[in-house]
Design a protein around this ligand. Structure first.
Ligand code: XMP
Length: 326
C-alpha cells in the first residue's frame, strides 16, 4: 500500500536529518526527476535550498518559462537562471559529430553550473556559512543500472543534467533513490507541481542539440523548436500523450529536397517524426499514429515553419534504431 503522502513525510524527515541547517543547491533541468527532487528538498528545508537552472538554448518552446514561472509559483523555490545560450552556441559552432556535440554540451553544462556554484559558495562563506549539499534526482533504476549488472555497452554517452563531476565537494541529497518514475510523478502531483512538468515525456539532457543532424545554429534551433511545438500540440490535442513514450522531432539540417509551394520551387529541409512506444526506453517500437493526426502535423509544419518542405515518419524499432537520431 504505497502512498505518496507517506513517502513525502518520510523523505522530508530524512532530508532534514541529513541537511540540518546546511545550505543546499540543486540543478533543475525542467525534467520530472530534478523537479520533484528539488521540490521535496524545498518542502523539507525551505530557503536553505537554492535551485539553479541553466538555459543552454537547446530547450523546447516554453520550457524555460515553465520552470521560471509555473514551477516557481507552485513551489516557492528560490531560483537562479543562468543564461548560457551564447556560450553553448559558440562552443557548438562547426561541430556535427554527435558524440562530440554530447561531450561539449556536457562540459559546458558543468562549467555553467560550477560558475554559479562558486558564486553561491563565496556568498555563503561571506556570511560565515557553507554550501555543503547538492540535490540529485537519481531514481531507483539509475541506481540499479550504474550498479553494472545491466551489461549494456555504452552506445551513446548519456548526459544527464544531474550528471555532475565526481570531484564536487558536496554531499549528495538523493530523495528519489528508492523510487520508480511513476512513483516520482505521483509525489510531484501530491506536491502540487504543474502537470506540464510532472507528466512530461523523457527529453534528453543535450536537448535539441542532438535532434539537429548537422551543425547546431541559432536559425536551425528556431526551425526545430517551431516544428517540435506543432507536433507536441497536435499529439496532445489528439489525446495521444499516454500512448506515446516520447516523440522526438528531428531536423535533417544537412539534407535538402525539392518541393513546390504556392507557385514557386522550394529547396528545404526534412523534419522527421519519431513517435515511439516503450516500457523503459531500452527497446521501443514505432507508434502507429492515426493517419489524420500525421497529416495534420505534416500540413501544419510545412505551412508554418520556414525552410521545411517535407515531413517524414521514422518507422524503425529499437533495436536496430535508437530512439534519438544522435
Ligand atoms: P536512445 O536514443 O539511446 O535513448 O534510444 C533512450 C532514452 O534516453 C534518452 N536520452 C537521454 N537522456 N541524457 C538523457 O538524460 C542523454 O544524453 C540522453 N540521450 C538519450 C532518450 O530521449 C530516450 O528516452
Amino acid at each position: 500500500d504505497w502512498n505518496s503522502g507517506n513517502v513525502i513525510a518520510e523523505q522530508v524527515e530524512r532530508i532534514r536529518q541529513q541537511v540540518g541547517t546546511g545550505r543546499v543547491i540543486s540543478a533543475l533541468s525542467g525534467g520530472v526527476d530534478s523537479a520533484v527532487s528539488t521540490a521535496l528538498v524545498h518542502e523539507a528545508v525551505g530557503d536553505q535550498l537554492i535551485a539553479v537552472f541553466v538555459d543552454h538554448g537547446l530547450l523546447r518552446q516554453g520550457e524555460r518559462e515553465q520552470v521560471e514561472n509555473d514551477y516557481v509559483a507552485s513551489t516557492g523555490v528560490k531560483l537562479i537562471t543562468v543564461d548560457a545560450r551564447e556560450t553553448f552556441l559558440e562552443a557548438l559552432a562547426g561541430v556535427s559529430d554527435p558524440e562530440q556535440k554530447r561531450k561539449i554540451i556536457g562540459r559546458e553544462f558543468i562549467r555553467a553550473f560550477e560558475k554559479v556554484q562558486a558564486d553561491l559558495v563565496a556568498e555563503a562563506k561571506a556570511e560565515g556559512e557553507q554550501v555543503r549539499f547538492l540535490v540529485q534526482g537519481t531514481l531507483y533504476p539509475d541506481v540499479v543500472e550504474s550498479g553494472g549488472g545491466a551489461g549494456t555497452a555504452n552506445i551513446k554517452s548519456h548526459h544527464n543534467v544531474g550528471g555532475l563531476p565526481e570531484d564536487l565537494q558536496f554531499e549528495l541529497v538523493e530523495p528519489l533513490r528508492t523510487l520508480f518514475k511513476d512513483e516520482v510523478r505521483a509525489i510531484g502531483r501530491e506536491l502540487g507541481l504543474p502537470e506540464a512538468i510532472v507528466g512530461r515525456q523523457p527529453f534528453p539532457g543535450p536537448g535539441l542539440g542532438i535532434r539537429i543532424v548537422g551543425e547546431v545554429t541559432a536559425d536551425r534551433l528556431e526551425i526545430l523548436r517551431a516544428a517540435d511545438a506543432i507536433a507536441r500540440a497536435e499529439l496532445t490535442k489528439a489525446g495521444l500523450d499516454d500512448e506515446i513514450w516520447q516523440c522526438p522531432v528531428v531536423l535533417l539540417a544537412d539534407v535538402r529536397s525539392v518541393g513546390v509551394q504556392g507557385d514557386g520551387r522550394t529547396y528545404g529541409h526534412p523534419i522527421v517524426l519519431r513517435p515511439v512506444s516503450s516500457e523503459d526506453a531500452m527497446t521501443a517500437d514505432w507508434t502507429r499514429l492515426p493517419y489524420d493526426v500525421l497529416s495534420k502535423i505534416s500540413n501544419r509544419i510545412t505551412n508554418e515553419v520556414k525552410d521545411v518542405n517535407r515531413v517524414v515518419l521514422d518507422v524503425t524499432s529499437k533495436p536496430p534504431g535508437t530512439i534519438e537520431w544522435e
